[in-house]
Design a protein around this ligand. Structure first.
Ligand SMILES: [Zn+2]
Length: 343
């Protein structure tokens, strides 16, 4: 089979590899579409994310959909020809976190596309059958590749416990910010304020139904969020830009007694934050990391037609042009939101 292997910075090579065989509890999936994630870009462009470093060649990609082509001996839930969405990140299934259902926090699991576990930019992958989910017929392969980032948004809104009628501010309108917008709408948020500096992203936020889209180069985000919420501040602020200034703004855009959820990952892990504000305003500041137990919900919500996530996928390239896909994602941020590779 063909696989796109990352050898080092800006060094992606298409090569032939043996097709995997599914273990007894696995299915073999013929991958059809895979989204390029910001984390893939970090490994491609910088060779690391924090202390996770590319030390030997491996395959990126973890936002995927495909077709079951072989099932392991013990698999009853799937048959050849089933269309599925893949959940990356296989926990150990034995630790304290997995037993609490918080399997995204498992310290022992493997995450496809994190060094050095192969991801999905290849023709086939073998994956435990309980980490794939049926893809309804009204969702195509590209819709299927958009499920994983939608799940990231759903997990963030679940962490925040967004209530019907809530006001939310989303700082950063990249794919995860836009998916968090859709997820907040699913929770019933009525005031949805999205801030970014790229006009294309703001126009997509409007298209997806944001009540307010702010260009942070033209207005002061915190002042605008305060103004748009009657001087109170947002019930929930999501930081999805992964930038230090927006992390610092987040505690001021939230209302007293509100919640801040940090989703984006800046390059540095220690930043100055106004902790006096956190104390005096009794803010709940939470992290949100990947997801647990949300794939079936995300697929149902997407298939319901209530959320038009598809405009987020702005570009597609075949696997043979994966280098172009990565370069487009990296260098054309003014027009490229989510780049999807079809296989
Ligand atoms: Zn575990």
């Amino acid at each position: 089979m063909k696989a796109a292997v990352l050898y080092g910075i800006h060094d992606l090579r298409l090569e032939e590899r043996p097709r995997p065989s599914p273990a007894a509890d696995e299915v073999l999936v013929r991958i059809k579409a895979v989204g390029v994630c910001g984390s893939d870009l970090h490994f491609y462009h910088e060779g690391h994310i924090g202390d996770k470093v590319v030390e030997r060649p491996y395959v990126l990609g973890h936002e995927a959909a495909g077709e079951v082509v072989e099932v392991g001996a013990d698999v009853k839930a799937y048959k050849v020809g089933d269309r599925v969405c893949l959940e990356p990140g296989i926990p150990c299934r034995k630790c304290a976190w997995d037993k609490r259902g918080e399997y995204n926090l498992c310290p022992h699991g493997v995450y496809q596309s994190g060094p050095h576990t192969d991801g999905f930019f290849q023709e086939y992958t073998a994956i435990p059958a309980d980490y794939v989910f049926p893809l309804p017929d009204n969702l195509d392969w590209i819709d299927g590749a958009l499920i994983e980032p939608f799940v990231v948004g759903l997990h963030a809104t679940w962490r925040a416990n967004v209530q019907p009628g809530a006001s939310v501010a989303i700082l950063g309108a990249g794919p995860i910010g836009l998916m968090t917008l859709a997820a907040a709408q699913a929770h019933g948020a009525t005031t949805t304020i999205v801030a970014d500096v790229i006009e294309k992203r703001l126009s997509l936020a409007r298209e997806l139904g944001a009540t307010h889209a702010l260009n942070a180069r033209e207005v002061k985000t915190v002042d605008e969020v305060q103004r748009l919420t009657g001087g109170i501040g947002a019930d929930v602020v999501f930081e999805t830009a992964g930038a230090i200034p927006t992390q610092q703004q987040s505690v001021w855009a939230a209302r007293r007694g509100g919640t801040v959820v940090l989703v984006g990952m800046p390059g540095e892990s220690v930043i100055p934050l106004d902790t006096m504000r956190v104390i005096r305003a009794e803010l709940s500041v939470k992290g949100s990391f990947r997801y647990a137990n949300h794939f079936p919900k995300a697929i149902d919500l997407s298939a319901s037609g209530r959320f038009n996530l598809r405009p987020i996928a702005t570009h597609t390239f075949p696997l043979e042009q994966i280098g172009e896909a990565f370069e487009t994602s990296l260098t054309k941020k003014d027009v490229a939101i989510k780049v999807v590779v079809t296989i």
